[in-house]
Ligand binder design. Structure first.
Ligand code: GLN
Length: 253
């Protein structure tokens, strides 16, 4: 940590906030505060350069046009982010943000958005859009419970050789090839909105663990979050079964 207070950066919320990803920043800050760990939510407006002093950088999702503006601004602040990363800063990026921490995203209209290349992934817009509930079984090495979220994107993401996904898609689209997201050094990318961290407390703590250390993550009352997690998981599974039954009926008829 760069200072005693955990500084959680919400990057360009007016451009990368279409899908409620602000909730990720709120949850991370709140989970620190409830444990007596001083934390601050720092919003970085799109008109400002990214500071190099934050402990965690959150990049949310967005439609292609605001995403294009965000890409330009992120590239202009690439040096600050590199300094922050060298100092141990964590990156958590969702959907448009995930695409932009990769090398590039080619939109469905053919526009090429250059990303930061923090992780070796490339994305191409495709059809149909992948919309709906997603269930991901995280890579076993992470020891995380099943992750649930919501997705709405056209991008199909290809991981470079040796890049590990966040996990395997059990329901939904994710990267488009049966996997979702990517893992890097103190970095997680995913297609999951929801927002995803209020729905998956263990994933929020996994990220915080990189900053404050696992020992500082004392138990907190998670009964509401756990109930939400169970409810969303059941809902996604039910949606999956309904879709499958519909498919079987259609194929039969
Ligand atoms: N614009 C991107 C796409 O459609 C990302 C969408 C999002 O962030 N939900 O793939």
């Amino acid at each position: 940590m760069s200072e005693s207070r955990v500084r959680i950066g919400l990057v360009y919320p007016e451009l990368l906030g279409t899908y409620g990803d602000r909730g990720n920043a709120v949850v991370l800050t709140e989970r620190c505060t409830r444990r007596g760990i001083a934390a601050e939510l720092v919003e970085i407006a799109a008109s400002e350069p990214l500071p190099d002093s934050l402990d965690l950088y959150l990049f949310g999702g967005g439609e292609d046009n605001p995403q294009s503006l965000a890409a330009e601004r992120m590239r202009a602040s690439a040096a600050a982010l590199t300094r922050a990363r060298a100092g141990g800063a964590v990156v958590f990026a969702v959907c448009a943000g995930f695409q932009l921490i990769g090398h590039q995203y080619q939109t469905g209209d053919g526009e090429m958005l250059e990303g930061l290349g923090l992780v070796d992934v490339t994305t191409v817009g495709g059809a149909p859009r992948l919309i709906g509930e997603v269930v991901v079984e995280p890579d076993p090495t992470l020891s995380l419970p099943t992750v649930t979220g919501f997705e709405n994107h056209s991008g199909r993401t290809t991981l470079g050789p040796g890049v590990q996904p966040l996990g395997r898609v059990v329901h939904g689209g994710g990267n488009g090839d049966g996997s979702d997201g990517a893992l890097g050094e103190r970095l997680v990318g995913t297609y999951l909105h929801g927002p995803v961290l209020p729905r998956n407390a263990a994933l929020a703590d996994f990220l915080l663990g990189w900053i404050v250390g696992a020992d500082a993550l004392t138990p907190i009352d998670d009964h509401l979050t756990d109930a939400l997690h169970a409810q969303r998981l059941a809902s996604a599974t039910a949606t999956g079964w309904r879709a499958r039954i519909q498919e079987l009926r259609t194929n039969r008829g």
